[in-house]
Design a protein around this ligand. Structure first.
Ligand code: 1CP
Length: 339
């Protein structure tokens, strides 16, 4: 069995399987070359040959144990009818069809494939072209995180606009979360049918929520997503990543039924291991170490691997690798993990 799948089913492997969030990205010169040929970032996402190529680049260079589909969490709100663009050097921008937030202006969930079909084609191509030992991860944003971008139209330091919406108009916000939840279930099911062997749900902004709304908008939708995917695809593991959840990670894992929990770098791995003795864990090296390199990188990676020996564990960063990371530090990291 592929090493990542074996760990997600509960086996402890030595050395642990490893992949990195954002492993296809601007820190790689070959990514920058393909991206400049493509035109824009969205052209990369929606052109299956190019999305396949950039997904494979870090696998060729580093031999990671898993590839993650090249796409973006914001394709789902675009497929629901929002305008999406990436201004060069800035982040993503989203706008509502009538320029003001209005859930009634969104398209029905059963129309999202009209936009997302090329993504499923990328998954199909990858499941044919990946090396036999490399697992293919599909993904989506969690409803809360996607809703924060729909509310703000962009990334902001604390995603305040979604939190204002949820307190001012709980019924309307609940409807938005329900639409995105249904779309996410549909989108991930299609990725699995096209060949994704694992799916990961990124709740990158979970850490901005107070405990009650964390239950309502992060935990509850994730429980629905896991239940719906398990009903259709019982053997496909689901990784949850409620980034920044702190003490909320444990209840999230227990209540949602995820097969694995991805941790950000602020959470002690041994704390999570003690609290969740049977659950596969993934993480959580501080991504800045991929910029600095040096002894700090090697020592931190070795400590993590030693500390997680005997536990089902997947090595990863606590968040995405940044554009200023040095690819040579990835080689260094892999030597520290694999010996
Ligand atoms: O300039 C470029 O080439 C665009 C940079 C870029 C890339 C490489 C963006 C814009 N998205 C991606 C790809 C991407 N996004 C992947 C692909 C596969 C891989 O990991 O290798 C994945 C899984 C994502 C997921 C994603 N997009 C998340 C969740 C994970 C996380 O990092 O927290 C989020 C929040 C986004 C939104 C997004 N897309 C891009 C940016 C710069 C952002 C963040 C915007 C912000 O909050 O300001």
């Amino acid at each position: 069995m592929k090493r990542l799948l074996s760990v997600l089913k509960g086996d402890a492997l030595s050395p642990p399987p490893v992949w990195l969030m954002r492993q296809a990205g601007r820190y790689l010169p070959e990514y920058r070359a393909t991206r400049s040929r493509a035109g824009g970032f969205l052209d990369l996402c929606y052109t299956p040959e190019l999305a396949e190529e950039v997904t494979l680049q870090p696998i060729r260079r580093f031999g990671f144990d898993a590839a993650i589909l090249f796409a973006d969490i914001l394709l789902v709100p675009q497929a629901l009818g929002m305008k999406l663009w990436f201004a060069e050097g800035e982040g993503p921008r989203l706008a509502w069809p009538g320029d003001a937030p209005d859930i009634r202006a969104l398209k029905p969930v059963d129309e999202i494939d009209e936009t997302l079909a090329p993504v499923y084609e990328t998954v199909r191509r990858l499941s044919a072209s990946l090396p036999a030992e490399t697992a293919l991860i599909g993904f989506a944003g969690a409803p809360w995180t996607v809703a924060t971008y729909m509310a703000a139209g962009r990334g902001t330091p604390d995603q305040g606009p979604a939190r204002l919406w949820m307190y001012r108009d709980p019924a309307g916000f609940e409807r938005l979360i329900n639409i995105v939840t249904e779309a996410t279930i549909h989108y991930l099911s299609r990725q699995i049918e096209a060949g994704a062997e694992v799916v990961k749900v990124f709740d990158s902004w979970a850490g901005t929520l107070a405990p009650e709304p964390f239950e309502a908008y992060s935990v509850a939708p994730m429980r629905r997503i896991v239940a719906a995917l398990k009903a259709r695809h019982p053997v496909v593991p689901v990784i949850g990543f409620p980034r920044g959840a702190g003490p909320g990670y444990v209840g999230f894992a227990e209540a949602t039924g995820v097969d694995a929990l991805a941790l950000d770098h602020t959470v002690p791995l041994d704390w999570a291991r003690k609290a969740l003795p049977k659950l596969a864990l993934q993480g959580n090296l501080d991504p800045v170490l991929m910029v600095t390199g040096g002894d700090a990188l090697t020592q931190a990676a070795r400590r993590m691997v030693a500390g997680m020996a005997g536990h089902p564990y997947v090595f990863n960063l606590g968040h995405g690798i940044t554009p200023d990371a040095d690819p040579a530090h990835v080689d260094q990291l892999l030597r520290a993990i694999r010996g």
